[in-house]
Design a protein around this ligand. Structure first.
Ligand code: FAD
Length: 456
């Protein structure tokens, strides 16, 4: 990119907030998995919506492509520029400085936040007023408001509160030509026309730059118990969940792990929750009134579990076993991990997990499968470690073939990004894909926002 646009961008956001040195930009160019790396002419870090609007307007006038980046914890390569970058200038627009969180509206149970505010910061603000932010992920200290909205993140509380789309009351976003769209109301009912906040949720930065979000908050559960139960079959977890519900407990989270995953996090410092080795483990958090612990013990006594540990919430040590999976996998693999977030109908989960674990045997080079996920949502995170890079694509094809045959989705909660573009036809018909394309073309006619993400 010539000096002209860079100097103009410096005039908008301030000299120190336009990074052009390789050393300063490097952390913005590679994604969390290490699998996706690109190049950019600059990293631009606006502080306000007005600055975002001015940056986008300037880019639109000069034909500069924009890669939008929040916490860069996305796992499908959508937050970094393309490896084989299209001709023409490109900047990364980082929301790292847009971290304001408003005062909580306690009566309306909502809070506004700038796009770069982390999930942890939003939840901490809600907690000050006795409320809770219902979206929660292990990446909470880095993942941002804009990122979870752009990906329609699921997370560990999805089984209880639904995905991010259900928590978005209002949105402010800068359109591809620099105009600001603001749909900002805490009204519970408001049916004037299309649901644009709903459309931007899950749009993966392809339609607009989200600058602020008005989120719904919820009351936290009064008392919770967390258990990690060892089981021989995935089906046994469903039985335990049903038994908890039948005894009047509410399931706040339901996760599945395997012995290989447990061993890996143990090698990386987490204590084993139970001594018994078992093919599967369920982490279940329940809430209720009265003596919740006694009910949990009673249910587990009568359930087909081979061992169990339990603690009153927040039970951070038990949760750490589940939450350290992503990081431990990343530190153990010898090649960038093939990380595929998929879902299948809940009834198909046991068979699909067995088939997915067997994919490792289909690669010429020995590779290690680690499966875990949000069992209550039929969502499995398939991680294949040590896959030679030239085989990553064919292994991905095998996994998606199994998912499609089981009536599942190639993206449960992480989005399509760059990683899954060649396979979108497995989840959507031609008419569906061309309708999405028409929306993209209407909102971003010159294709400047996140080129290569979601669409090829
Ligand atoms: C340890 C770990 C655990 C995780 N657990 C979960 C989980 O349980 N559930 C889940 O759903 N995900 C999970 N993730 C994935 C990731 O944290 C989520 O996808 C998250 O929503 C990404 O937020 P981010 O701010 O890091 O976005 P980024 O990674 O920066 O960006 C993700 C996408 O959103 C776009 N984007 C970001 N900000 C904006 C904006 N302001 N306007 C428009 N587009 C924008 C980017 O262009 C990109 O396409 C996990 C990741 C890690 C590393």
């Amino acid at each position: 990119m010539t000096a002209g646009p860079i100097e103009d961008l410096r005039a908008v956001v301030g000299d120190t907030h336009v990074l052009t040195d390789d050393d300063a930009m490097v952390g913005h160019l590679t994604d969390w998995t290490g699998r996706w790396t690109g190049t950019a002419d600059a990293v631009v870090r606006p502080r306000t919506t007005d600055e975002v609007a001015a940056v986008v307007r300037l880019c639109a006038e000069r034909g500069v492509a924009i890669c939008i980046q929040g916490g860069n914890t996305g796992l499908v390569g959508g937050s970094v520029p393309p490896t084989d970058r299209p001709a023409g200038p490109l900047i990364i627009l980082s929301t790292a400085r847009m971290t304001d969180v408003d005062e909580v509206d306690v009566v309306g149970r909502c809070v506004g936040a700038q796009a770069g505010a982390t999930i942890d910061a939003i939840d901490s603000r809600a907690q000050r007023d006795g409320l809770m932010f219902p979206v929660d992920l292990a990446s909470r200290e880095s993942a941002t408001a804009g990122g979870v909205v752009a990906t329609n993140a699921g997370g560990v509380r999805m089984i209880r509160h639904g995905n991010t789309r259900g928590q978005v009351l209002g949105i402010e976003a800068v359109l591809a030509d620099g105009r600001v769209l603001r749909r900002w109301t805490s009204l519970v009912k408001d049916n004037v026309g299309y649901d644009l906040p709903g459309l931007l949720t899950g749009s993966e930065g392809t339609l607009a730059v989200i600058t602020r979000v008005l989120f719904r908050l919820v009351a936290p559960p009064a008392a919770t118990i967390v258990t990690v139960a060892a089981v021989d079959h995935v089906e046994n977890i469903f039985g335990v969940l049903d038994a908890f519900a039948a005894r009047g407990l509410r399931v706040e989270a339901a996760e599945v792990m395997t012995e290989s995953g447990l061993q890996l996090v143990h090698e990386h410092g987490a204590r084993r929750p139970v001594d018994t080795e078992s093919p599967f483990y369920a982490l279940i958090e329940v809430s209720g009134t009265g003596d919740v612990e006694a009910v949990v013990v009673d249910v587990l006594d009568g359930a087909p579990v081979t061992d169990a540990a339990l603690e009153p919430g927040p039970a951070r040590a038990l949760w750490a076993v589940r939450e350290r999976h992503t990081e431990s996998i990343s530190r153990s693999t010898t090649t960038p991990v093939v990380k595929l977030d998929v879902s299948v109908p809940i009834r198909a989960l046991p068979e699909a997990m067995a088939e997915l674990a067997a994919v490792a045997g289909m690669v010429d080079h020995p590779c290690r499968p680690v499966l875990f996920g949000h069992v209550g949502d039929g969502n499995i995170h398939v991680n294949l470690l040590d896959v030679p890079e030239d085989q990553a694509e064919s292994v991905t094809g095998h996994v998606f073939g199994i998912v499609a045959a089981n009536g599942g989705s190639i993206s449960a909660e992480h989005g399509i990004g760059r990683a899954k573009v060649p396979w979108t036809h497995l989840g959507r018909s031609d008419v569906d894909l061309s309708s999405m394309r028409a929306i993209k073309d209407a909102w971003d006619p010159h294709g400047l926002l996140n080129p290569g993400v979601l669409f090829g």
